[in-house]
Design a protein around this ligand. Structure first.
Ligand code: NDP
Ligand code: MG
Length: 385
């Protein structure tokens, strides 16, 4: 089996390589990519005997290039080189770059793989029509990896989609799950980065605390499964054991659960069709007896209200919210703005008069998304710095 991993040095990339490490037989990694982390990328290249690496940050590229000078490893600094790397289609690609930067690489690699698993929700939100076009054109299978969407995908297999009434997406409440509203702004960055259930990259951990992550997952679910917003319901479930609930119009309900490790959806995206065993724990009765479902407190998580401001159909307006959030989370992690500012400034951007025209426009190509992303960052830079 030949595979490639975009964003291999991140949390999803690590989980995937961990699975490969436990199932090393006949898996040949053709390409690994990263942005800055040349040390980890080099370590993985040696460990898994990988001959092609892409690293985009110019300084990291220089260092990695000199480190690999006498080794038979090709190092590239952009995604224009894919046709030099892939002579024929590989079996599997994982798209796990964080943020909107994942969109172009994802679009470019679809033609070189039989199957693509996409964790990078920002590309699914902003460029779903473009991704779908490539999937159809190159006959590439797609599997969503976000745990909720993988669960929905799994639950919908072999079931009549037209009987589906609504979907429930669970949200843990993130690192502020137990924090009273008035104390949230006193939390330190390190507190906000410690998620009670999942170990994930920094950006998605902050997105879980603001609940932007769940807003994104509603948009992601609408795009992938073609379900209207009014039929996607978010429910707080602090232990993250249940990932999705499917309610059918014949009265039946499917509740889909798995241990809180991303290795399960990732493992299934690679080996799901091969009847391979994943060593999972026994069902946890303690958690099952205490599912503790609750409505989302909109005062604590105001970002969830933003859904009302978004067009119900896929449009370039979805890019605005993703771009704004990408930029603002980075600003927050760099201590330029406060945690509560993330929501306030997203609200400011989506109300800008000049951006309203994007509600009725769909992206015709990736450049339209990239240009809009740049413009949103420009407007926010004016407002933040
Ligand atoms: P991380 O921040 O841990 O990793 C991000 C990866 O992307 C790293 O390999 C990083 O390289 C690379 N990267 C960052 N910026 C760029 C860039 N500009 N160009 C190219 N590569 C870049 O993120 P996660 O693994 O947590 O998340 C990845 C995606 O999966 C996100 O979209 C997230 O929302 C989604 N997801 C993650 C889950 C999780 O459990 N972590 C669960 C569900 C979805 P470097 O290390 O060199 O910076
Ligand atoms: Mg998720």
């Amino acid at each position: 089996m030949k595979i490639a991993v975009l964003g291999s040095t991140g949390s999803i990339g690590n989980s995937l390589l961990n699975i490969i490490n436990k199932n090393p037989k006949k898996i040949n990694i053709i390409l690994l990519t990263a942005n800055k982390n040349h040390k980890k990328l080099f370590k993985y290249a040696k460990k898994f005997n990988v001959k092609n690496l892409i690293i985009t940050n110019p300084q990291s590229y220089k260092i990695l290039k000199s480190k690999t000078k006498n080794l038979k490893i090709n190092v590239f600094n952009n995604y224009e080189c894919l046709n030099k790397i892939f002579k024929s289609k590989v079996d599997y690609v994982m798209s796990s770059i964080v943020g909107l930067s994942g969109l172009e690489p994802t679009l470019k690699i679809i033609k070189f793989t039989k199957k693509i698993a996409i964790a990078n929700k920002e590309s699914i939100i902003c460029g779903w029509n473009l991704i779908k076009k490539e999937l159809i054109k190159y006959n590439t299978e797609f599997i969503p990896v976000d745990s909720e969407h993988f669960s929905i995908w799994y639950g919908l297999k072999n079931s009549e989609k037209n009987k589906l009434e609504c979907i429930y997406l669970t949200a843990s409440g993130g690192s502020i799950q137990k924090t009273p509203i008035e104390k949230i702004n006193k939390l330190k960055i390190k507190d906000l980065l410690s998620h009670p259930n999942w170990s994930m990259g920094q950006k998605i951990t902050i997105d879980s605390a603001t609940m932007m992550n769940k807003l994104f997952e509603i948009i992601e679910a609408r795009n992938i499964f073609n379900i209207e917003y009014k039929n996607i319901i978010v429910v707080i479930h602090p232990s993250s054991y249940i990932h999705a609930i499917l309610k059918y119009n014949d009265g039946m309900i499917k509740i889909i659960a798995h241990d809180t490790t991303m290795e399960i959806p990732i493992f299934n995206s690679i080996f799901g069709d091969k009847n391979k065993k994943f060593n999972s724990k026994k069902i946890n009765y303690k958690i099952m007896n205490n599912l503790n479902f609750k409505k989302v407190d909109k005062k604590k998580y105001p970002a969830i209200k933003l859904l009302k401001n978004l067009p119900t159909k896929f449009s370039l307006f979805d890019t605005i919210i993703v771009s704004a959030n990408d930029f603002l989370v980075e600003m927050f992690l760099n201590k330029i703005i406060s945690f509560n500012d993330i929501y306030k400034k997203i609200k400011y951007v989506i109300n800008l008069e000049e951006l309203q025209k994007f509600r009725n426009l769909k992206p015709k190509n990736v450049n339209e998304i990239i240009n809009l992303n740049r413009y949103v960052h420009f407007k926010l830079r004016e407002k933040c710095v």
